[in-house]
Design a protein around this ligand. Structure first.
Ligand SMILES: Nc1ncnc2c1ncn2[C@@H]1O[C@H](COP(=O)(O)OP(=O)(O)OP(=O)(O)O)[C@@H](O)[C@H]1O
Ligand SMILES: [Mg+2]
Length: 294
């Protein structure tokens, strides 16, 4: 397997990464530079990702308008809102995928463990090792199930017992029992729901801290969706999950925090999921959630 023949949009930035800067990134100490009291907490969990006054433009069109929010560690944070309100754009700010879009311009601060990921000394390739991503449409490579999962490790020159890591990742992605006897078969022969769990296994194989999921179940049937939802809740024990969904019930079921974006790239309300769905502060949010618009 070579890097050149890989086409995963999430991992393409790893190509050609400068080895000297690949090794750099943001501090790895979880407590680097902060005390418990000033790191922020949410529902008993410390803040892992913080956006401060983030604005994004595509050429002259503003897609995100002054977004500030704190994403708690080891929790599920949902992003909801009508089409075009900037949810995917916001996700891509966290792992700097917007860097890959020529028209995109990001302003403001985005902290991962208190280190601004937009600082000059941060290498986006190294950042993406710590912030994995899963997309709406399952996108396994035309390779074996094993190689699909091992890919994330190889692209990152990660050392270790690949057999063990592949097995562990497939187990964490709740797929192992279904594929353990067919690891050499193509990932493309799996069902849509299995393919998405394979992509989740691939994303978590390098052991990231944050898992970004952009509508990961929207192309799946209800049974497969339910499996993914169960899985997301389990993943939050080890990872910080940020999920975009158009499915309000899904957001209500699986998330601890919910961010409601509305037209104009505005974050209208952010808070505990139960409060957002039962008693939001904003009338616009209530109207959106009850289906009066959007
Ligand atoms: N690559 C791009 N180039 C130019 N404009 C873009 C690009 N990506 C997104 N936009 C614009 O930015 C705005 C926000 O788009 P974004 O995809 O973030 O919305 P979204 O909330 O994820 O929508 P959806 O729910 O349909 O996925 C939209 O107006 C969109 O047209
Ligand atoms: Mg989107």
């Amino acid at each position: 397997m070579t890097r050149e023949n890989m086409t995963d949009e999430a991992s393409s930035p790893a190509d050609g990464g400068d080895p000297t800067t690949d090794e750099m990134l943001v501090e790895t100490s979880p407590t680097a530079g902060v005390s418990e009291s000033d790191s922020g907490t949410a529902g008993g969990s410390r803040t892992l990702v913080e956006a401060r006054n983030v604005n994004v433009w595509y050429d002259d069109d503003q897609a995100l308008n002054d977004i500030s929010l704190e994403i708690p560690e080891n929790r599920v944070t949902a992003m909801i809102g009508p089409s075009g309100c900037g949810k995917s754009t916001f996700l891509r700010c966290i792992n700097r995928m917007n860097d890959l879009i020529d028209a995109a311009r990001v302003e403001g601060d985005l902290f991962l463990r208190n280190k601004n990921v937009y600082d000059d000394d941060v290498d986006p390739v190294a950042l993406r090792r710590r912030v994995g991503m899963v997309f709406q449409k399952p996108n396994p490579f035309p390779k074996s199930i094993y190689d699909n999962v091992a890919y994330g490790l190889e692209i990152q020159d990660k050392e270790g017992d690949y057999d063990e890591i592949v097995e562990r990742s497939l187990k964490r992605a709740a797929l192992w029992d279904e594929v353990e006897d067919q690891l050499d078969e193509s990932g493309l022969e799996l069902s849509g729901g299995q393919q998405q769990r394979l992509c989740i296994a691939r994303a978590i194989a390098p052991d990231p801290e944050v898992l970004l999921m952009d509508e990961p179940a929207s192309a799946l049937d209800p049974v497969a969706t339910s499996k993914i939802e169960d899985l997301i809740s389990e993943l939050a024990e080890e990872y910080t999950v940020v999920i975009v969904t158009h499915n309000m019930q899904q957001a209500a079921r699986i998330s601890d925090k919910t961010a409601v974006f509305l037209t104009g790239g505005e974050l209208v309300e952010f808070g505990d999921t139960q409060k957002i769905f039962e008693n939001p502060d904003s009338q616009r949010v209530e109207d959106y959630i009850t289906g009066k618009f959007g």
